[in-house]
Design a protein around this ligand. Structure first.
Ligand SMILES: [Ca+2]
Ligand SMILES: [Ca+2]
Length: 298
């Protein structure tokens, strides 16, 4: 009896050690796993609230807040309040007065390390999700007039949760393969394209618009009859679009014809979403899929 208990304990210990080892190995390659949460206080009075929260380019975060703060005696939550023209001159003109905003700094606690290319972003009263544009540390502030922070009081409690890991690094020469369905208006590939990289696209297979069979190059439009959703491309041509998130409302207005072969350097970072260039109202009569292979070439 005793022997079997001690054996079990030994196995449990070994199992725990193995888990610790796996955790250490995995944490060496990525900063913080999805699911990690941080809670910090953002003080109305402080021009720079360095949070020491690491943001990882391409990873997605959820922001939630609790509490209120005051500009002199005016109370607000993280959404702040609309500017009064000529009177309010907040630090960031395009946001509300006393709105809770975020920025990315290369080094925590170093105000000279602001990463301008990551921009200033809305956090507000929370319920907000965002994909980080750059690596760095989150710095937060109330959007007050830069000269009048001293008369502020209170703090907002901010909880940041990493809800999606950044896509893995994509080495030069490495490929990814996805299938694009003819009858889907949005094929979310979940592939993040990087503006600093160049990709080669190669699509094989065929698909159908009703009974008309074609490949990823599609076929020329018949004037008046064919009204594809993007007039720049062939009917049923494989088209790529860049989205800031994997959601229908997150289209960036950047698109490119892929066809069977294409080399492309995206003008901005974003997720690749694909479709067959059909009439927007007539996707349900399509069938078939093409297989798209994407290789990073630079
Ligand atoms: Ca103030
Ligand atoms: Ca159709």
């Amino acid at each position: 009896m005793n022997t079997s208990i001690s054996k079990t304990t030994t196995w449990n210990n070994l199992f725990s050690l193995a888990l610790v080892a796996i955790f250490l190995l995995s944490s060496a390659s990525s900063l913080v796993a999805a699911g990690e949460t941080w809670t910090v206080r953002v003080y109305a009075k402080k021009e720079y609230n360095f949070t020491n929260i690491p943001l990882e380019k391409g990873a997605k975060y959820r922001f939630e807040t609790n509490g209120v703060w005051y500009n002199v005696n005016r109370k607000s939550n993280g959404d702040g309040y609309p500017q009064t023209p000529a009177i309010d001159q907040p630090r960031k003109a395009h946001f509300n007065m006393m709105e809770l905003l975020g920025e990315t700094f290369t080094r925590n606690n170093d105000i000279t390390s602001y990463n301008t290319s990551a921009g200033t972003f809305h956090i507000g009263k929370g319920g907000y999700e965002k994909t980080a544009r750059r690596d760095g540390f989150l710095m937060c502030f109330a959007n007050d007039n830069p000269l009048f922070y001293k008369d502020n009081r209170g703090y907002i409690t901010l909880t940041v949760t990493k809800i999606e890991d950044a896509p893995e690094d994509w080495a030069v020469g490495e490929s990814k393969t996805v299938r694009i369905q003819a009858n889907r208006r949005y094929n979310y590939t979940h592939i993040m394209l990087d503006a600093d990289h160049t990709y080669r696209f190669h699509a094989t297979g065929s698909w159908y618009n009703v009974n008309r069979r074609t490949d990823a190059d599609g076929y020329p439009q018949t004037p008046v009859i064919d009204q594809p959703r993007q007039s720049d491309y062939n009917m049923m041509e494989l088209v790529g679009e860049i989205f800031s998130r994997n959601h229908p409302t997150a289209y960036t207005n950047r698109h490119f014809g892929i066809g069977q072969n294409r080399t492309y350097s995206p003008p901005r970072d974003g997720f690749l979403v694909c479709h067959a260039n059909d009439n927007a109202l007539f996707y349900s009569d399509n069938r078939g899929t093409v297989t798209l292979r994407i290789t990073r070439t630079r």
